[in-house]
Design a protein around this ligand. Sequence first.
Ligand SMILES: *Cc1c(COP(=O)(O)O)cnc(C)c1O
Length: 364
Amino acid sequence: MSYERDNIRRMHGYQWGEQPDTADVTKLNTNENPYPPSPMVARALSEFDPGLLRTYPRPTADPLRDQLAGLHGVTRDHVLVTNGGDEGLRLALSTFVDPGTTFAMAEPSYSLYPVLAQIQDARITTVDLDANWQLPPDSAARLNAAGARLTRLVNPHAPSGHLTAAARLEALGRELDGVLLVDEAYVDFVDPALNHNLGPLVRDLPNLLLLRTFSKGYSLAGLRLGYLLGHPTLIRPMIEKTRDSYNVDAISQALGGAAIADQDYARRTWQQVRESRQALAAGLARLGLDCAQSQTNFVLARVADDGPRSARDLYLGLKARGVLVRYFDTPRLAQRLRISVGTPEQNQRLIATLEELLHEQPSR
Ligand SMILES: *Cc1c(COP(=O)(O)O)cnc(C)c1O
């Protein structure tokens, strides 16, 4: 006898990356920012008045919404602040996808997507990305034919790091009958020379949502803070109806505001990550592990099929030596390792440990 709904009983939960308690592990498995949050965040935390915790927080986090609206050149009614980006992903499903109707996503992508879709009891349609992690040209027609109420793409893409141009996504958004949610969890790490910016489009496109998080770019994964940008016709029902009544706590609102106010600091960490990304990819290439060009804070390294060790073997060997990376046991990703960009010291340790493993006696 089970009390669960059928769809809940049938599904499997999200497999999160390991979060070890020991400090001597080099943790390159969950794409956290290797640098600490801004000193302004530390100051806001130490000056936070616990007396404020006696009352409920601001229900819609309006001061933070205004700050974010200013950052993106939109108005407050284009912004919804959420309890982590993950809450935004869930809200888009519960607001725009009836149970039994279709949710669509590119394959591969963030493994939380199908989990959330199954909770909503939506059907899942996938669009396979091509060998260069690009969307097929006829994607819009296929998604419309499938009746996709909500289509979700990660851009820059996870786990490949590939960036799809803004013009391509704009065209897709204009062609789609349903809502397009572009998950921009990693967009802060895109090379600024590319001038990639979808933000202004949310004023014109009534079916476009952009998801942002403080977890990666602002080094605040432990805080649980994110936001959605979108046309007010999409944002309003989520603000007024589907989110939890006090979805963002008072501490998150205060620290998030401090982080956003210190753009200079955040930009410096993004630049450091970009520089380390280059160095890391070059170091991996010297060991025979090819990385596709990445615009994120991780690289997807390909382990040669004819090399001494499989990707899984390297993942386990690294783990035994205190270096955590991410391995996905799926046909498309089985010969690859997703490695978060760490500090130069962490990246060095990864490269040195990989080198040791590759020079050991092969185990297969
Ligand atoms: C990290 C991440 C998010 C959001 O994460 P939160 O920590 O919940 O803000 C969303 N999408 C992708 C692809 C991510 O990697």
